[in-house]
Ligand binder design. Structure first.
Ligand SMILES: Nc1ncnc2c1ncn2[C@@H]1O[C@H](COP(=O)(O)OP(=O)(O)OP(=O)(O)O)[C@@H](O)[C@H]1O
Ligand SMILES: [Mg+2]
Length: 210
């Protein structure tokens, strides 16, 4: 039994994809591979034309820092750092000085846009769940990634906050951001342009929504 089996998926730049399917169907495994957090034992993954499957760990993390923004269900913020410090964290790993400078400008701008202008200096325990998740999204976007991956980003949010978050994803998507997100909920998936449904490690359906 493989976590993923014969998955053949192509995502165009600018697409907004919801990945659905029962628990254990391989959604997180797929996201981790797409996010260069994991490598498939077999098969090929190309990110912007680059053959990820044959890269070593160092090349993989280079690719991840440069092109991927990842949002987790449980936010993964560092408790001792302020919202803004959390957002700027990925810059520690950035190589390129211009990119660093650009991201330093982008961090506060993103937080403001996500409704957190007055919360930048607060720590995660002073923020609500929805605010924390928006900090995590600003952090994922700060380096202007080609691909935004979100594994159940609304999993810990109430339905109102979840809908607000999806409006933001919709906005980023309309601006051309490529997004893949895992969700269990139809109302959340309804914000995406395409739904990929997984079962037993396979893609069961892959449909554009109309
Ligand atoms: N680190 C691991 N080592 C071995 N097997 C794993 C590992 N992580 C997950 N699996 C297995 O791979 C399969 C797919 O798991 P995955 O976490 O991708 O499912 P999922 O669709 O994200 O489920 P959920 O909706 O519960 O998050 C499951 O059978 C799981 O038990
Ligand atoms: Mg999962």
């Amino acid at each position: 039994m493989h976590a993923l089996d014969h998955v053949d998926l192509e995502v165009d730049s600018g697409d907004f994809v919801a990945v659905m399917g029962p628990s254990g169907s391989g959604k997180s495994t797929l996201m981790n591979i797409l996010g260069c957090l994991d490598r498939p034992d077999l098969g090929e993954y190309r990110l912007l034309g680059q053959p990820v499957s044959s890269m070593n760990d160092e090349q993989l993390s280079g690719l991840r820092n440069r092109y991927i923004g990842f949002v987790f269900q449980s936010f993964h913020l560092l408790p001792r750092m302020t919202a803004l410090e959390n957002v700027l964290l990925p810059l520690r790993f950035a190589q390129d000085g211009d990119a660093q400078e650009e991201a330093r400008r982008r961090g506060p701008e993103l937080l403001a846009r996500l409704g957190l202008r007055d919360w930048m200096q607060h720590r995660p325990n002073q923020l609500s769940g929805g605010q924390r998740q928006r900090v995590a999204i600003a952090r994922a976007l700060v380096a202007a990634p080609s691909l935004l991956l979100a594994d159940e980003p609304t999993g810990n949010l109430d339905s109102r906050t979840s809908q607000d978050l999806m409006s933001l994803f919709g906005e980023f998507s309309r601006e051309g951001q490529t997004i893949l997100m895992v969700t269990h909920e139809n109302e959340i998936a309804a914000h995406a342009r395409r739904v990929v449904r997984m079962r037993d490690g396979k893609v069961e359906h892959d449909r554009a929504r109309n």
